[in-house]
Design a binder for this molecule. Sequence first.
Ligand SMILES: [Mn+2]
Length: 481
Amino acid sequence: MEEDYVKVLSKAVERFSEILRDIMEKAHRILIMGHNDADGYSSMAIMALLVEKIFRKESIHWMSFDSPAELFRSLNNFNVKMYDSVIVVDFGSEDELRALFEILGERVFVIDHHVSYPEEYKEYVLNPRMLGVETDSFACSSTLSYSIAKLLGLSPKSMYAPSIVGAVGDVQYDYEDSETVVRALVGYNRLVLEELKSHGLVVEEIAPNVYGKYQQTVREAINKYGLCSKLFSDIVPERYSMKSWHDLKVDEKASIIMKIIERISRMDLVKKEVLSELFIYDYIFPYEKFAHFHEAKEFSTLINNLVRLNLGKGARSLALSILKYKHLREDLSILRQVEQYLKEANKKKREYYKRAKEHATQLVINDVKVLTFMDTSESPMPPSVTGSVTNFLMSVDRGLRDIYVVGTYERKRDILKISIRISSEDLIKGTIGEIIKEIAREMGGEGGGHKFAAGCEFTGLRDEKNAKKVFYDVIYKILSI
Ligand SMILES: [Mn+2]
């Protein structure tokens, strides 16, 4: 089944690369627009490289957005007609894209994998959803962009990093600061990964979850992670305890994996679900010199930090540049800039965490304990970090309460963002992601998520008072279902 989808999608990619070629041959001034996250920036980087190197266009501009509503507002504030063509990446929203098509006609090209797009312009929208693929992580915008660019003549060597960084970013989406493992790339993402592996541009490393991250030692993992590390860490011989998985020799690695498998088979636990929790997948770029860029998960967390924490246009251009140009990733002065921004990002995050921890309050509704924090301060946390702040509250609380909800309202852009985490599946009927999707839609917003994590967003609320009301309404609705 999955193989069929990969085939159908590969065919579609071929057709779409011809459409993009036609559009590009006629255009001079090009605008590239993308989502404010690792997949969006990676896809923008690949498209910008394609337009520069293959189509030799000189006038390229770019902009990125957090939400569809923001894109919509921008369309009213600048003259998009200045451009001959617009390439939109990693942005799914029917109404906003329709508005764009209505202005520019058939000079818009969309590469995306989100839920909605304007049906009547589907000839210009490459989206696996149109072919019946229902999961976001089957084909990310960055791997689709990679294939399009490759068919039009861009070399894999010049775009291996963004292709994988984008896909990994989406797989760890919403979990960016959590210690949740990155699961394996699957589906169409896997096809691109295997291709890059065969060129030696990416190496896939499978490490036991005992390590948490392949570059840290077991001892560090035990302090930071807990369960998995504590259960299995005795398997790692004492003499390796100051070494990371990365530092071990092949036979040392093999013997540790063997022992883990042995133990879980003795415990009668050899199931697919268990195995997928016990191992982490890392994607390594052997040609990258510096640590920040050597491993895909680290690289994509870095990009998310640069583009999603309101660090300004400088941080965002830096993110795009290091995804585009390999030589910049070897430049010491660029590395110093990256580290400076990272310091700033971490400082900001610590402030947000502290604020949430100090002001969180408990509600009890129908015997369910809910820990809530709604940020209505002078400079509220950006909508993009509520997920990690919620994870943080849950971890300092050791998951003792039932539900964790964090909201923030940004007056300037009139955005209310809410993130929800639940500690046990049995608390509510159904999947929290599905429930939030319904509740948000009913209340005029957008939402979605997974089994234990979900989020939603509202605009047009006009003031804090109203935003606060919607925040509590969402919580009451979750618990009255
Ligand atoms: Mn994406």
